[in-house]
Design a protein around this ligand. Structure first.
Ligand code: UDP
Ligand code: GLC
Length: 383
């Protein structure tokens, strides 16, 4: 089966890192078409996955688009839509991995008579999308897609609540290459030394720097934690949130936490860094559709505390495989951090349980098989 994957981003967000793993088994018979250039293209090239930037410039469909912006973005698509439709004829399936890709994919599917699959990585709610974009997602998915693959039951529920066709949507969790998350203890110890962390209690936060990812919540919680607790913020502003980054630095300064918060920027050695941490905090203030970092923390055997909303509650069983904390609740988060700090034995036992459970539930081989079967079904139904 030949697949044309489409993704709007040149940057490696979670949806793109998921696509990297989904596309890999098809690398001798697929193309990943990007609507913008960037380091995601390089990641695909490094893994020998054929990739092509389909547009000279990024098209503008922002999550907060109003009607006018929405229509103008559709206009920007027109010059290259014919070429993409032409390209689509060489493939059996068009696989749209993001919202803008869904717009392009839907038109290409119509013109090229190829089935369209939409991988929904989002919660289709007002916290994440404007009303016009919600209508666009639902309208296109209902009208043009043969299958919607959702990254969690929470994403499915939001899709149906927004008017999406419930018969078309199937949940497949993100899968992970288990080996990538194992045996980093030596490297981790070395890293701790290089970063001058000594035996301080390290709370890691791994996410792009963006207001809804809630780095500010962890920084605030730090004031209520013992002084040897430090926070490592791993990740960068991927989608132009530079003002927010300045705000975070300001917050750290105002709270006098300069020696307890480190900004490491975007890193490609996440498993090693996670292994080095004593605890990982996920603090999204809006419901997280899935939350790759949560599963990654579990696979590394590091205790995880996460904001209890969206897909997250499908990933963690509170007190058994991690801790759940109400989104934005600074004091509760501080309390859980202290608990893990003062009872490391209990935290490690929970992390061990989480590692075993995550290895079974989020194995890439299994999730890729699920996707392969679903795609096969789509192609057979057409044929
Ligand atoms: N990530 C990374 N380097 C960083 C920060 C994050 O490679 O410096 C990865 C992280 O390991 C995870 C992904 O980015 O796989 C983020 O995905 P997630 O689902 O947690 O959130 P998203 O950003 O997609 O909403
Ligand atoms: C999106 C979501 C994130 C999810 C990722 C992979 O980026 O925001 O929660 O983990 O896709 O499905």
């Amino acid at each position: 089966m030949k697949i044309l994957f489409l993704d709007q981003s040149g940057k490696p967000g979670g949806a793109e890192l998921c696509l990297l793993d989904v596309a890999k088994p098809y690398r001798d018979r697929c193309l990943v078409g990007l609507l913008a250039d960037g380091s995601f293209r390089e990641l695909l090239e490094q893994q020998d996955i054929p990739v092509q930037v389909l547009t000279g410039r990024a098209i503008q469909v922002q999550k907060d688009s109003n009607l006018l912006k929405g229509l103008s973005s559709l206009g920007q698509l027109l010059p290259f839509i014919g070429e993409i439709a032409q390209l689509s004829r060489e493939y059996d399936v068009i696989y749209a991995n993001t919202q803008k890709a869904l717009v392009v994919g839907a038109i290409a599917s119509l013109l090229a008579h190829r089935p369209l699959v939409y991988h929904l990585h989002d919660i289709v709610s007002s916290e994440h999308f404007s009303a016009i974009n919600r209508r666009l997602i639902i309208g296109l998915a209902n009208r043009f897609s043969s299958l919607v693959i959702a990254n969690s039951h929470a994403s499915v529920a939001s899709f149906i609540a927004a008017g999406g066709n419930r018969d078309r949507v199937k949940v497949v969790y993100n899968g992970f290459d288990l080996q990538r998350y194992q045996h980093h203890a030596d490297v981790a110890a070395q890293m701790r030394q290089t970063l001058g962390l000594g035996d301080r209690f390290v709370v890691g936060h791994f996410s792009r720097l963006s207001p809804w990812k809630g780095q500010q919540v962890l920084i605030e919680a730090l004031q209520y934690c013992p002084v040897d607790v430090v926070a490592l913020l791993v990740g960068d502003a991927l989608f132009g949130e530079d003002a927010f980054v300045a705000q975070l630095h300001q917050q750290v300064e105002q709270l006098g936490l300069g020696d307890r918060v480190r900004f490491l920027g975007f890193r490609s050695d996440v498993p090693q860094l996670m292994t080095m941490c004593d605890l990982i905090a996920h603090t999204s203030t809006a419901p997280e559709p899935f939350g790759r970092v949560i599963v990654e923390a579990m696979l590394c055997g590091t205790p995880i505390v996460a904001a209890a909303a969206g897909g997250v509650i499908e990933l963690i069983e509170h007190g058994k495989t991690g801790w759940l904390s109400p989104p934005g609740d600074v004091l509760k988060l501080a309390d859980i951090i202290q608990q893990c700090h003062s009872q490391p034995g209990q935290a490690i036992a929970i992390a061990h349980q989480a590692q075993q459970s995550a290895s079974q539930r989020f194995n890439l081989d299994t999730t890729n098989q699920q996707i392969a079967q679903l795609l096969q079904q789509v192609v057979s139904d057409r044929g």
